[in-house]
Each structure stands twice: as C-alpha cells, then as structure tokens.
Design a protein around this ligand. Structure first.
Ligand SMILES: [Zn+2]
Length: 385
C-alpha cells in the first residue's frame, strides 16, 4: 500500500530534484518545476469529469522568470532543505516548527503548508513520509497514549474509545479494558499495529461534546462499538487512523454530525477527503462512511420542538448552495444530496444535542440505536465476550 516513500528513497528523489535544478541554472537556463494539480470534486455534476479518479487534473509550471513563482520556488527549496534534514536525522517536525525557521521569508503559515503539499506532490508521497506532523500535535506526541484526564484544553486531534486494543511504538492502548475512557488518536499512525477488536461497528461523531455525552452514558458498554471524534474537522492522523481501522477490521462505519452545512462538510471530509489534501485523497478518504444523521427529516421524525431549530444564516445558505454543486454528491451519494437540498428548502438547522430535549440520554439510548441496522457481525470479528 505504501508507495516508494522510505526515507532513503525520498532523500535520493530530493537529491535528483536539486541536482537537476542546479544543472539548469549552471547552464544559464531557468528551471521549470512541474507540480501536478489534484481535485476531488468539481462543480459541474453533469460533465463527464474524472474527479473520482486519483489522477492529476492538469499541472502548474513554476519558473524563475515570474516573480510570484520565484518566491514560491524560494519557499519550496527552503522547506525542502528542512525536510531533507528531518529525514537524514530521522526526526519529526511540525508545520509550525518549519514556519518559525524562516518567518520573514515565509510570511504566513499557509505559505509553508502549500510548500509542504507541493513537495508531497513532487516526491509522490504523503506528508507523514516527510516526517512533518500537524502543528498542534508534535508537542504532545509523546503523550499520545495518555487518557483524557491528562490533556490540556488547548489540544486538538482525535479521540477514540470502545472495544479496541492496539500498540503504537510499543505502547499499548487498551480501550477494551475500559471502553468509556477516551484515548488520543496516535500521531504516528504508521506505527500502529496489532489491532484487536470485538466491535460490531465504528461510530464517528463530529463533536467532542457528543463524544463526552456518549462516554458519560457508557454508550460503548451497552453497544459493542468503537467511537471516534475528530473534534470538528478531522486532522490527518484521525483520518488515517480511521482508515486503518476500517481496512483491518472490515467494520461498518457510521457518521453522526450536526444538521447544518458545517456538519455536512465534515461528513464529506471523512468520506471523500478535503480539497486541500486532494493529492493524497487515495490514502485519506474512507468511502465506507455512511451518514447516520442528523438528517433534516429527523426533526419531525423524532418530534423535536420548534425552539430547537435555528434559521440558516445567509452564509449557511451560500455554503449549502456551493456544496450542492459538488460532483461526487450527484454521482456517488444522491440520497445525501436530497437531504442537503431539503435543509436548504426548509431554511433551518439543528445540533445533535437538540435530541436531549427529550431526555439527556435520548441520543445514546434511542436515537443512535434506532439508526444502526441490526445486522449480524461478520464471522472473524465476532469474538466471544
Ligand atoms: Zn467532477
């Protein structure tokens, strides 16, 4: 599955790239750097687009003869030198660390982020292959097997609980022994191994507050499952970890998000990947993700009072209209698109927590169980308890 992305292979690709640039320059020519462009959707659902393929959709040629390109090449080469050092020394650095190595040249974080993506495209690898991690995670990576109680409120990154056990770099994550304890999802997903589970399904929840509600209700004790949250938009380790679990355990995956445009966008990030990381979508998306709720139609179905509804703002409407154009909705999940259209038609949204209007545990005792199909567990996954 892993492409040719060992440190040694990447170091030799970096050497080849810089050698060819130096050669061009020394012969008096302006080097061209071709960077493939990737997208995971377009906004013309009726076209015969190839968005669902992982092939590049065009390319951009950077050349020193244009000022803005010259700046971009400057940043790219500086970041490349840092990456080379990380690989040579077998160390990890965060995107934020890299930014602070030349803040006056980089001017802002997004410039560094783009250079890192460009390098991944040039070297045909994923970001973790470059030993580059998310800004907020590297500081805490050594604590990644600590339970929730040890975390600072500023931390981001995903959480997991439930019927699961695995090793990361020799450390044991034993969720099975206490399925309601939250663990931070490991940063270095490539070091996760020996995954053992007796779960029947994986449930993704958008928000940490909902994850905590389920933990308080001992949801995993009553329902043999694994619960994951990316705490809003999921970061890369959370998506890679989810994907690893789905590949290893072959379990159904359900996703529970707020009934609003942000919730829907988060749902699509899990299933289809994000546009920003489209170059790596083939290792980040989880096509098995099924939308569990909350649907606009759930409002009436579960008898929520009017006070739980919020009107869509002008910004919500604009976002929803733009999302409706994404070609993958039309082509792969037309039923999702219908629900999104219904949201726009009704002009209202609501949060998952609105179900607490019935009772605090309505979500864990009624709503979620009513949505999970009652299917038999695959043989291989059904350990005796
Ligand atoms: Zn398309």
């Amino acid at each position: 599955m892993e492409r040719n992305a060992s440190s040694g292979a990447l170091l030799s690709k970096i050497k080849d790239l810089t050698t060819s640039l130096v050669k061009e320059l020394s012969e008096g020519r302006s080097p061209n750097i071709c960077i493939h462009k990737f997208r995971n959707y377009c906004t013309d659902p009726n076209s015969n687009c190839l968005c669902s393929s992982d092939l590049p959709k065009g390319q951009q040629v950077l050349t020193l003869t244009r000022q803005c390109h010259a700046c971009r090449i400057d940043v790219l080469l500086r970041v490349l030198v840092i990456v080379q050092k990380l690989l040579q020394e077998n160390r990890h650095g965060s995107k934020r660390d890299i930014y602070y190595m030349h803040p006056s040249v980089f001017s802002e974080q997004s410039v560094v982020d783009r250079a890192i993506n460009d390098i991944c495209i040039l070297l045909q690898c994923s970001r973790h292959n470059l030993n580059v991690v998310d800004a907020t995670l590297s500081v805490n990576s050594g604590l990644s097997n600590q339970s929730r109680g040890d975390r600072s409120p500023l931390e981001t990154g995903g959480l997991v609980m439930g019927w699961l056990q695995f090793l990361e770099a020799g450390r044991k994550f034993d969720c099975i022994n206490s399925p309601t304890t939250a663990y931070t999802i490991p940063v270095h997903v490539e070091e996760v191994k020996d995954i053992v589970s007796v779960a029947k399904y994986i449930l993704i929840v958008e928000k940490e507050s909902v994850f905590q509600r389920l933990a308080n209700d001992k949801f995993c004790n009553a329902n043999r499952c694994i619960v994951i949250t990316g705490r809003g938009y999921p970061d890369i380790p959370t998506r890679r970890f989810l994907r690893l679990l789905v590949e290893k355990l072959c379990l159904p995956v359900y996703c529970l998000v707020d009934c609003d445009p942000y919730g829907f966008d988060i749902l699509t990030t899990y299933r289809f990947g994000s546009m920003q990381m489209a170059f790596d979508a083939k290792v980040l998306r989880v096509p098995e993700v099924q939308w569990l709720g909350a649907f606009p139609s759930d409002f009436e179905k579960y008898d929520l009072p009017q006070q739980c509804l919020l009107p869509l703002t002008a910004e919500d409407k604009r976002r929803t209209e733009t999302m409706l154009l994404r070609c993958y909705l039309q082509k792969e999940v037309p039923e999702w698109r219908l629900e999104l259209e219904l949201m726009l038609q009704k002009g209202v949204k609501f949060e998952i927590e609105a179900f607490s209007v019935h009772t605090l545990s309505f979500l864990s005792e009624q709503y979620i169980p009513s949505k999970i199909p009652k299917v038999e567990v695959l043989p291989g996954n059904n350990f005796k308890s």
